[in-house]
Design a protein around this ligand. Sequence first.
Ligand code: 13P
Length: 252
Amino acid sequence: MRKKIVAGNWKMNNDLEAGYKLATEVNNIVKDEVTSNVEVVLCTPFIHLTGVSKLISGKVKLGAQNCYTKKSGAYTGEISVEMLKSAGVSYVILGHSERREYFGETNAMLAEKVNIVLEGGLKPIFCCGETLKQREDGIHFDLVRNQLTESLFHLSAEAFANVVIAYEPIWAIGTGVTATTEQAQEMHAILRKHIASKYGEGVANDTTIQYGGSCNPTNAPELFACPDIDGGLIGGASLEARKFIDVIKAIK
Ligand code: 13P
């Protein structure tokens, strides 16, 4: 049985005090109200990680939003996997479209990041997704399949088993326009088939594929009920404890 995971990507939001307050609220309400077998991940900015790790427990895990490709050394301003581990991190978001767009992250660079995260024993949440133009041009399936092929398909099946995929159509991120359940389910099924073509049905069936992009308490129940959607990567709605909890509770 594959794991259901709802992760909150705080992006570059919350000062320390606000972040600690939010993490505490989420942790408390998850404990009181969430009965399903879902894993909850808080992907905070780097500076919050150590503090938040002391505020969470049980189903609630810690995630980072990025890391560097090298183990240590003269790389001013970067953060290594070992540092993340020492802060209590379990997951690392890699290849978010914002990092691809604003920081020039390529599929090849992401393959290196995937390697270093897995070597360090952490789990990548690997993001993929197309722009509106790419969807309108009809190249979205090929493009997203290619993102997986180029950044992940060098992995052994054993290593791939630790990868979480997040499908985030770029046109749905922060826009209030979510993918329809049909569009999301269609892409998730195509991704699972692509994984099966490389690693076999067993591995594909066990792979968690999250949906991200304007996911909120209203649309989450229908999205999460789709057979190939195994949770969400939540931006805006993860910044308010009540909203985030209501998204998490949409997992049955
Ligand atoms: P929104 O939920 O704000 O659309 O952001 C989605 C996202 O980018 C999560 O990584």
